[in-house]
Design a protein around this ligand. Structure first.
Ligand SMILES: [Zn+2]
Length: 335
């Protein structure tokens, strides 16, 4: 064998190896179906850096410069992935009965398609650290409470832009989820001052070719050791969506995070999407077995501990991987 043939052979073998290594798509035969679906890869490092970037702006409290700067960055980032962005700006009544300017950020792909899915999170962060023992009057960084859901959805938008999907997707990032009055424990009272952005959007949905047939809300989805039980409002209004998501999580080996326990009903953005917009929507939310003194959420909830030190790439990646499976299988009509 002369050197030219040897070089050609080596090149061929190298290309074959590269071909396999570069092949990021997977056949859904691995997941027990016959259809060949090409799934894009969710990059957990990129999701993490999107959380970091938001935290770098500082607390994102409505009507502050940091809030405005972060909104611009979020919009530009979606646009860089060729998603269409709208800012739904409104003046509403805040927790203190004074006017509050809010901005729901909406990113859309495939606007003409009638089979649509809603993905959402809140992007504002709490104006006070009322669950902390110190600096209670100061705003929190909200790495997990706000930042993680947005970080995942931004990376999801990038991943989807690399692999065509036969599904319309509306990502809505709600403002003013977390500006409610402290200590408002009754459900009816919580509705008055919390989840203001999602209540506004649910009453004033942006123009869509058709209303989404299902929705998935992410809230506090990026902390180390996160635990997502099946939350009550989700199973009440959207049991089918819960079953899809938890089944895909099991397929992917993430049943340590997506546990099968049932949890009671929470007042979160999805409650209003279900009640007012009538879109069957679930909430993926961290509800640990050993919550802090607040009795429900993680030890860092509404404290200054909600910073990058609690954020975990494995949790971000698990949620992103599950969403990719759910979306592309929905698009293929097999979920
Ligand atoms: Zn919160």
């Amino acid at each position: 064998m002369n050197n030219i043939y040897l070089a050609l052979l080596q090149t061929t073998i190298l290309l074959m190896l590269l071909g396999c290594n570069g092949c990021q798509t997977e056949s859904s035969e691995n997941n027990g179906t016959k259809d060949n679906i090409e799934f894009p890869v969710f990059d957990r490092d990129k999701a993490y850096s999107h959380v970091q970037k938001q935290v770098d702006f500082g607390p994102r409290v409505p009507q502050t410069d940091e809030h405005k700067a972060c909104a611009e960055w979020i919009s530009e980032t979606f646009e860089s992935f060729n998603w269409t962005v709208q800012n739904q700006e409104a003046e509403v009544t805040g927790f203190d009965d004074r006017p509050m300017k809010i901005n729901n950020i909406i990113a859309t792909i495939n606007p003409e398609l009638k089979n649509r899915v809603l993905l959402c999170a809140h992007w504002d962060t709490r104006r006070v650290a009322d669950q902390d023992t110190s600096r209670q009057d100061q705003p929190i960084l909200g790495a997990d409470d706000g930042g993680s859901g947005v970080g995942i959805l931004l990376e999801l938008a990038r991943a989807i832009s690399t692999q065509e999907i036969a599904l319309g997707i509306d990502i809505v990032l709600f403002d003013a989820e977390d500006q409610g009055e402290s200590g408002t424990s009754t459900r009816e009272y919580r509705k008055k001052t919390w989840c203001i952005g999602s209540q506004y959007w649910s009453k004033n949905m942006h123009k869509m070719s058709k209303k989404p047939y299902m929705g998935i809300l992410l809230d506090m989805v990026g902390s180390k050791g996160a635990r997502f039980p099946r939350e009550g409002v989700s199973t009440k209004h959207a049991a089918g969506v819960v079953n899809q998501v938890w089944a895909e999580a099991l397929n992917l080996g993430y049943s340590d995070l997506f546990v099968n326990d049932q949890f009671h009903e929470l007042v979160d953005d999805h409650l209003f999407i279900n009640d007012i917009a009538k879109i069957p929507t679930i909430d993926i939310i961290n509800l640990p077995t050993n919550p802090s003194s607040n009795g429900t959420f993680g030890h860092y909830w509404h404290t200054h501990k909600d910073n990058m030190s609690i954020i975990d790439k494995h949790s971000l990646g698990a949620v992103g991987d599950v969403l990719i499976q759910v979306l592309y299988k929905n698009a293929a009509g097999i979920l």
